[in-house]
Design a protein around this ligand. Structure first.
Ligand code: AMP
Ligand code: MG
Length: 344
């Protein structure tokens, strides 16, 4: 199969992509979070193809992408008032809401759950494609299952060139980590995954917000969790990722003491001078967490090589989008931390 690369700025792109979606085919789409592997979310076979191409476990449901609340109402019911408030405040944008699903949604899309995850992305070309396709587009992150997510069209091609009909190239993703997921099907809203809409911003609208335990620690493979995706090893390069906690100075000392051939350092730009001879790669500036979220997956992909044995990673404080960055790094590291201030 020849994979078409469709530029977002080409006026023919939306209709070409929408026609493929209507025809039950896969199209990788840019969003402000990451690139998604999209297909008609109401077409069982198209959805099955997403799982096959991505190598995604069958029990990991997909997010439906819509143009707004009016379209969302066709696919979920018993929508609480706070969902409308959240949509008004954060849509289009990186917020996914879990709501009770209507029967028209195939069980494959929801992985058998009676709830469905819905969001309205902000990228103009993708909104236009959803509109022209006339159907909600189901899309997980476009990476092969388990690999770091895709934040450029080139990342998508690296995983899927020749395996999918088309990629829409909208340039690098603005946010760079996946959407915030909030479950609104219980009495108290629950944060299932941190993302581009911060926990603080959600709390300001919702009042109270529980944080699911899958966000904070590792989850047993057989555990019953609210967001099934949270239990899998995720975002992981081939080498072992180790998060080094502590001040910049203490961390650099620890890394210098333990550095071996095949090791790499993933740090903040401000810290590069501390790692001259340790092959550091900066993924953004600590002082500007949005640059860390925007750069994280490209950096993890660059370090995803059989030559890289171990990655010493620096992780930001957990406020704002830093919470999402810390969560993705923790998953990539399988929650392996070392405290440089106390380490020998
Ligand atoms: P991805 O699209 O690869 O970012 O993955 C989508 C995420 O949304 C996964 O972590 C899923 O487990 C989660 N998700 C999708 N649908 C639901 C749902 N109905 N309830 C809870 N989590 C969901
Ligand atoms: Mg994913």
């Amino acid at each position: 199969m020849n994979t078409l690369l469709l530029p977002a700025a080409d006026p023919r792109t939306p209709e070409i992509a929408a026609a493929l979606i209507r025809d039950g085919k896969l199209v990788a789409l840019p969003t402000e979070t990451v690139y998604g592997l999209g297909a008609d979310g109401l077409n069982e076979e198209a959805v099955a193809e997403i799982f096959r191409v991505k190598g995604r476990p069958q029990d990991n449901p997909l997010i439906l992408h819509v143009t707004g609340m009016a379209q969302a109402e066709r696919y979920c019911h018993s929508i609480p008032a706070c969902a409308y408030t959240l949509a008004e405040r954060f849509w289009p944008g990186p917020l996914t809401m879990v709501l009770p699903a209507r029967d028209c949604i195939p069980k494959r899309t929801t992985a058998g759950l009676d709830t469905v995850a819905i969001r309205c992305p902000e990228t103009a070309v993708t909104l236009r494609i959803i509109e022209l396709a006339g159907t909600p587009i189901a899309a997980p992150s476009a990476n092969l299952s388990g690999k770091p997510s895709t934040t450029t069209a080139q990342h998508v091609l690296a995983d899927h060139d020749g395996r999918i009909p088309a990629v829409v190239d909208g340039g690098p993703c603005r946010v760079g980590v996946e959407s915030t997921i909030v479950d609104l099907t219980e009495d108290t809203p629950r944060l299932l995954r941190p993302g581009g809409v911060s926990r603080e911003a959600l709390e300001a609208v919702l009042g109270s917000l529980q944080v699911d335990r899958a966000v904070l620690g590792s989850i047993d493979r057989d555990a019953v969790v609210k967001a099934p995706g949270m239990k899998y090893r995720h975002y992981a390069p081939q080498g072992k990722v180790l998060i080094v906690r502590g001040s910049s100075q203490a961390a650099a000392r620890y890394v210098h003491d333990h550095f071996a051939p095949g090791d790499r350092v993933l740090c903040f730009q401000e810290e590069l001078p501390l790692y001259g001879d340790c092959r550091p790669l900066a993924y953004g500036r600590e002082a500007e967490p949005e640059t860390l979220s925007a750069g994280l997956f490209a950096a993890l992909r660059e370090l995803d090589s059989p030559q890289v044995r171990r990655i010493f990673a620096r992780c930001p404080a957990g406020n704002g989008v830093g919470f999402a960055v810390a969560n993705r790094l923790a998953k990539a590291a399988a929650f392996t931390y070392v405290d440089a201030e106390e380490a020998p």
